[in-house]
Design a binder for this molecule. Structure first.
Ligand code: TYM
Length: 332
């Protein structure tokens, strides 16, 4: 079983990234051959600062190691170090319908909200994402709910490629979206997902927040005005459902177990306090390890460099097969 996922080195990583993705990356190390990519090239598709991009890669490397990725048991690397990704993304363009790229929700959302230039890179973003995974012939891709559409396109691209150039050349991957925590919502506006740019400052818990900040944000989370308060999930209870999911993911239990454990609660205050405690317990050790790891950039760079070498060794044979099937380069 080969597992692959990618994560952007931009902005501060939040509780949604942690629960929806990073926790699954760590678990993936016990389930198979795990490969994780810090996607610096994807980050160039929106306005950005080059120096910040470079430091953002180190921030994220340190965060992922602090969360429990072990370079001995997984491959962690920077996308821009492995040129097979960009070459494959170009080759995959030939089997990617423009109409589908135009219809992608993330492209639509980002191109509408962006006041500066909307780059072609933003439109081609999902093709590069497909290349990331397909270059490794990965079986499974752990992601949050917001990546479902990109994963479906990736599967289509792989199927189309195989139909056009030869069955079995590319592997059609499965997504792995967690049952709990695939879509963590903004604590202040639980109809919006927690995100790097679109959520409120008060409603977003960052992985590196201090315990005091975590507690404050969770204790001020928006719930509802049911009287008496009802600690249960439901479509009409976005804020409470989100807190239940967060607590379940942080404790490693199920939402049903959280609901049962809250049966004697006096009100939403108990749920918020329990969530604050569990999230602090989850993130405080990550923050401490982060501070030590982040101080040694040379070590972080050596982890990424070693990871890139191992990644290239897996991606290069796929590219050789793809080039041969497409008639690109000499006939070997
Ligand atoms: P990115 O960097 O935006 O997010 C990283 C991961 O975090 C998940 N996530 C969430 N999960 C639950 N609740 C939330 N509120 C929440 N917000 C974010 C995302 O689903 C994602 O799994 N396009 C990708 C990066 C990428 C990639 C890839 C992913 C590039 N190549 C190849 C998988 C495979 C992205 O922008 O993720």
């Amino acid at each position: 079983m080969r597992i692959f996922s990618g994560i952007q080195p931009t902005g501060r990583k939040h509780l949604g990234n942690y629960i929806g993705a990073i926790q699954q990356y760590v678990a993936g190390q016990d389930r198979g051959e795990a490969i994780y990519c810090i996607v610096d090239l994807h980050a160039t598709t929106v306005p950005y600062d080059p120096a910040e991009l470079r430091t953002g890669v180190y921030d994220l490397t340190a965060t992922l190691l602090a969360a429990g990725l072990d370079p001995e048991r997984s491959i962690l690397f920077r996308q821009g170090d492995v040129q097979e990704h960009t070459e494959l993304s170009w080759l995959l363009c030939s089997v990617t319908p423009l109409g589908e790229l135009n219809r992608m929700h993330q492209f639509r959302d980002k191109s509408v909200t962006q006041r500066e230039l909307v780059s072609a890179g933003l439109l081609f973003y999902p093709v590069l994402q497909a290349a990331d995974v397909l270059a490794y012939r990965a079986d499974e891709v752990p992601v949050g709910e917001d990546q479902r559409e990109h994963l479906e396109l990736m599967r289509d691209i792989a199927r189309r490629f195989n139909a056009r150039f030869g069955e079995g050349i590319l592997k059609v991957p499965e997504h792995r979206i967690p049952e709990v925590g695939a879509r963590i919502m903004d604590l202040q506006d639980p109809t919006r997902k927690m995100s790097t740019s679109g959520s409120t400052a008060e409603g977003t818990v960052y992985v590196l927040d201090e315990p005091g900040a975590i507690e404050k944000k969770l204790k001020r989370a928006v719930t509802d005005s049911a009287n008496p308060p009802e600690i249960r999930r439901g479509p009409d209870k976005a804020g409470v459902s989100n807190l239940i999911d967060i607590l379940a993911a942080a404790r490693g239990t199920t939402p049903a177990e959280v609901e049962a454990s809250m049966a004697g609660a006096r009100g939403y205050g108990d749920l918020k306090a329990a969530a604050a405690e569990a999230v602090t317990e989850l993130l405080a050790p990550v923050r401490e390890r982060y501070q030590q790891l982040r101080a040694d950039e040379e070590h972080l760079e050596s982890v990424l460099e070693a990871g890139a070498g191992r990644a290239r060794a897996i991606a290069a044979p796929t590219l050789a097969d793809v080039r041969a099937a497409m008639g690109v380069g000499p006939n070997r």
